[in-house]
Design a protein around this ligand. Structure first.
Ligand code: IPE
Ligand code: IPE
Ligand code: MG
Length: 251
């Protein structure tokens, strides 16, 4: 576990914040295993990191935070683990509605939400509804989310509109694709963080991360704190985002 004792907040430039931070929260199972505990103990402890990162992001002034909480592939995990994750989601939503209201955070969700158990679906939309007028930060939970599924869905929806003469094929451009993605109202991802040392994307926001800065850390998700988030943002602020141009063109 990487311990950060200093307060790194002073090293962050408030004028150069990423507008959209996305996080692949990984390593709960390994964290628990290291402690000789069941995987679900890791998921329970991961919720503390979620709260910490959500509050810190809002405090900093990050406008969009997207958290990968459950992938389409995660349905293939043991039934008991899936059940525990769904239960944790319901209890966290119930508990954290206050955090969202206190911090002016609007909840949003992306993914194939119809496949969620009805209890989760109901709680999710209760909180989305209760926070819909909040405007400091949009917190998006990716639930039963898979980027390929999202793109497939987009292709189908656009095809139907073409068939019904609502869109002409020549008019299809990036903005039309953006409007049909689950992330329709969100800007592109600026900073993508993955914890636990894995260096892969695991079917997360493939279209939206086209020009994101990638940040990988060995820290396991339940150990990830506010200071780890500061560290990722400081690293992001040191990068030169060229978008295909030369360094000279930017200066
Ligand atoms: C991330 O931790 C949480 C979810 C995917 C829901 P993992 O459960 O993947 O933990 P590891 O990767 O097995 O350690
Ligand atoms: C990605 O983590 C999904 C979430 C964090 C929700 P996984 O642990 O499921 O990813 P893989 O299977 O190791 O790529
Ligand atoms: Mg994992």
């Amino acid at each position: 576990m990487l311990e950060i004792k200093m307060d790194l907040l002073k090293d962050i430039n408030p004028n150069k914040l990423p507008k959209h931070v996305a996080i692949i929260m990984d390593g709960n199972g390994r964290w628990a295993k290291q402690k000789g505990m069941r995987r679900t103990f890791g998921h329970e402890n991961g919720t503390k990191s979620v709260k910490d990162v959500v509050e810190t992001s809002a405090e900093l002034g990050i406008e969009n935070l997207t958290l990968y909480a459950f992938s389409t592939e995660n349905w293939n995990r043991p039934k008991l683990e899936v059940q525990t994750l769904m239960k944790l989601l319901v209890s966290s939503l119930k508990k954290e509605i206050k955090t969202m209201l206190d911090n002016n955070i609007k909840l949003n969700a992306i993914g194939n939400l119809k496949t969620l158990p009805s209890k989760v679906y109901k709680e999710l939309f209760d909180v989305i509804d209760a926070t819909k007028d909040n405007n400091k930060m949009t917190l998006t939970l990716a639930l039963s989310y898979g980027s390929r599924e999202e793109l497939l869905n987009t292709v189908k929806e656009i095809s139907i509109k073409v068939k019904n003469n609502i869109i002409s094929p020549e008019k299809i451009d990036e903005s039309i694709i953006n409007e049909h993605l689950y992330t329709q109202n969100l800007p592109d991802v600026d900073l993508l963080i993955r914890t636990s040392g894995e260096k892969r994307i695991s079917n997360f926001l493939l279209w939206q991360i086209a020009y994101a800065e990638l940040y990988f850390t060995d820290t396991l998700w339940p150990d990830f704190t506010k200071q780890h988030l500061y560290k990722a943002i400081i690293e992001y602020q040191k990068r030169e985002r060229r978008f295909g141009k030369t360094s000279e063109q930017l200066s």
